[in-house]
Design a protein around this ligand. Sequence first.
Ligand code: XMP
Length: 530
Amino acid sequence: TILVLDFGSQTSHLILRRLRSLNVYAEMLPCTTKLADLDWTPAGIVLSGGPSSVYDEGAPRVDPAIFDLGVPILGICYGCQLLAWLINDKNVARGEAREYGETDLTIHNVGGADGADRLFEGLGDTLHVFMSHFDKLVHLPEGFVTIASTKNTAYAGIAHQSKPIFGIQLHPEISHTNRGTDILANFAIKICKAQPNWEMGNFTEKEIVRIRKLVGDKAQVIGAVSGGVDSTVAARLMKEAIGDRFHAILVDTGLMRLNECQEVKKTLQEHLGINLTIVDGAELFFSRLAGVVEPEAKRKIIGETFIDLFEKEAIRIEEEAKETPRAGKVEWFLQGTLYADLIESLSFKGPSATIKSHHNVGGLPARMMNGQAQLKLIEPLRELFKDEVRAFGRQLGIHEDLVMRHPFPGPGIAIRILGEVTREHVEMVRKADHIFISMIKEAGIYNEMSQAYAALDTNRAVGVMGDSRVYGMICILRAVTSVDFMSAEPFEFPFQLLKNICRRIVNEVDGITRVVYDCTSKPPGTIELE
Ligand code: XMP
């Protein structure tokens, strides 16, 4: 395993992805990690880039123990500057100009097969690479040689003459860097000798063993499921690891899509054999949402109501457990958090800027952990990316339709209604959404987009139906493609299909007289409307 220490760069997670694409297993931890706390020894360590300047007060540092391990180290951008700074703080300063974008890198031939230039072995004399930095090395740290340079950066690549320590100013993880993955392959496979044998299969076994060890043979685990791929995969894994000591809870908020609740029940209970309880909360959600139009207020009410119902159910399960002699207390709370959720919601008090905080990493566990329930959090998918979770889901025998399902937000249809959330409005969205998604599926393009939905603007637009004027609401259609949901592009529909969809919605959904298609990219728009 390669250890990637994260200094907060927006592309740190891509280092993991590239390594895993080479079948080399890598884990990323915050730069504040103490090596003594790890229960494994890395084959090599990568220090990521980051937004700080090494000479600033409070700039993130690294546990000096990394140098005592004797394993190869690769510093990227900030990581490279940090290596140089730790050797001598006069080595790094602010450059005259920011170097941003693509540039040509000259590779220096400094030594034979096992020499300091092994990092670029087999990559020729020049590479087209991506750089993004202000600070740069002004001197070569003692004991190092230059292995690469660009027009602006004399020390774009450095290596220690006798130890396996490397630093590069360029970002090999970014696709604009020519042969960046080969640079990482040289480091991980040739220099660190990490075995390229990682597959999802190993992950399943490893994770089941880890869960069993963590939870022990008595404690029980509860978790919320939504019918989405993440929570379903997490639940299926728990079932595999601890059987019926895992309790899945589905809170029916009344804000889910057409037939969704019944479908989730069928999949989880009947197909996957998961111990599932459905809590019918629709009444409570609608009464608390009455008259509320402000988006953040909606989210807050929904979050709190969700926790109230969930907690009540957790207590009931706990009470029931007392009557079952073999089962222990409910001690754990399962979350299907993915790696991307963590970077969006700030996984550690580190240097990375918070982008947003609304995702499922937020409210629920905080209260479950600090409230009377005192549950510990278990997140078996936290190391994975969406495509990996999907591969994992298939391996666990989850149906393809579910594996490829578009994400659906926790607050559900409520944040797809501009205006008050009433049963009537939800019903209109359900119908429109059902038509939209069915027609997308019939056209065979569902998997070409990352997320699609229908929403409702409760303002009224005029229309003509028959011979009379009518005032109806506006249906907003949104469909996007996205790699990581942090940015997105509107999906380019064939226009005729879009027109057919609009016609059916206006004809079949009472109260809707107009349909519009949202062509906004993210940023500046978000994927959801509220
Ligand atoms: P935005 O609207 O922020 O959405 O561009 C990005 C992705 O996150 C989903 N999303 C949420 N998921 N709770 C969730 O579980 C939420 O409150 C929430 N808000 C947005 C959204 O559907 C998209 O996939």
